[in-house]
Ligand binder design. Structure first.
Ligand SMILES: [Zn+2]
Length: 369
């Protein structure tokens, strides 16, 4: 049997509007000889949730990662999710190696926290944020985390490792600082994607047989209003607090403002009344009890608070000093950023096999069985 080699590239916030606003001859060519699907991202449309879904081939109901910030229901204590302690499913790398599909698996990410979350089963695991010194020698000096250059560094590292180690399975995920700062038609956005496209072209020139999937974790849209759903409820005498799902340590990206939040009710609060109050609030588009949210979005029932809220197209949720305030931020997390492309090349599957970005991982796993 011919050795099968796979590269999965998740361009963070690499949604259709960004791809079409730039001149990307490689991606155009891949789509032409393979396929280009308009698919769905997992909701909440945030980075961790979607990368873990793709890299385990499962929805959050199984893998358990529903947020960047986990709140323990028993103690009320919160902590950033920055490693795999909360991950309930094996990674593609673990399964591929257990099935003897892969001798060698490699993971390339920009942010260190995603590396620690997904590195189980890998032989090579590189975070551009803090690369090993031997990579600095071959790929170039470390770039700042808040730059376009760091993603270019990352993809050059993929290219270098494909040439030297030739791993069977490679997963690469960039970071979305550029999209948080710049609209699709901005020069910086275009340069960012055009250079990534050029490096992808170099990779294919050296490794034309490799199966390639390019997808994204979410889109990115401009927001004008910030709401604190916890404060909305408190104002209506319903004791509650809320955590924006996007909340992490990389505040320069998004100011911890995102389009989805989990609401935690305090003892005695009426959930029906709380949901109705949230739904009556302009800017809040959807509100679900945990049961309904788990079923609707395939989320893990125990890890989504009491109520799941989704914002409308121009609203984000945060932990604010007031109930509502104006904002200017580009962000994601809601249903409005849950659309992603999937570009497949040398793939045994066809466009109609893909409905979610998760399917890139799910079909890979199925083919191992
Ligand atoms: Zn992202």
């Amino acid at each position: 049997m011919k050795r099968r080699k796979t590269l999965i590239l998740c361009i963070d916030a690499g949604s259709h509007d960004y791809l079409t606003a730039s001149d990307l001859p490689t991606i155009r060519e891949l789509a032409k000889s393979g396929f280009y699907v308009h698919a769905n991202a997992v909701i909440p449309s945030v980075t961790n949730v979607n990368n873990v879904s793709i890299a385990t081939g499962t929805f959050p109901e199984k893998h358990g990662i529903t947020t960047n910030y986990h709140v323990d229901r028993a103690t009320g204590k919160g902590e950033f999710i920055e490693d795999n302690r909360f991950l309930l499913e094996p990674t593609l790398f673990e399964t591929a190696k257990a099935c003897k599909f892969a001798d060698k698996a490699a993971l390339f990410v920009t942010k260190q926290k995603l590396l620690r979350m997904l590195e189980a089963g890998t032989d090579i695991a590189i975070a551009a944020e803090s690369p090993p010194s031997e990579y600095i020698r071959t790929v170039g000096p470390v770039e700042p985390i808040y730059s376009a250059e760091i993603n270019w560094w990352l993809l050059r590292a993929v290219h270098a490792v494909l040439r030297t180690d030739d791993p069977d399975l490679v997963y690469c995920s960039t970071t979305d600082w550029v999209q948080h700062k710049y609209a699709p038609d901005d020069d910086v956005s275009q340069q960012h994607l055009e250079e990534l496209d050029r490096i992808i072209g170099n990779i294919i020139a050296d490794d034309p047989e490799r199966e390639i999937y390019i997808t994204a974790d979410h889109g990115m849209l401009e927001k004008t209003t910030a709401i604190d759903p916890g404060r909305v409820l408190i104002e209506h005498d319903i004791p509650a607090s809320s955590i924006p799902i996007i909340k992490d340590r990389y505040v320069a990206h998004h100011g911890n403002l995102g389009g989805a939040a989990y609401v935690f009710l305090e003892d005695g609060a009426d959930i029906t009344q709380a949901i109705q109050t949230l739904l009556n609030t302009p800017g809040i588009e959807e509100a679900y009890s945990a049961e309904d949210a788990a079923r609707t979005f395939r989320l893990h029932r125990e890890r989504i608070g009491d109520i799941f809220v989704l914002a409308d197209k121009t609203t984000v949720f945060g932990e604010l000093e007031t109930v509502i305030e104006p904002t200017t931020v580009r962000s994601h997390g809601s249903r409005h950023e849950s659309y992603v492309p999937i570009i497949g090349y040398n793939s045994p599957w066809t466009a109609t096999d893909f409905e979610y970005n998760v399917d890139v991982g799910r079909l890979f796993l199925e083919s191992l069985r």
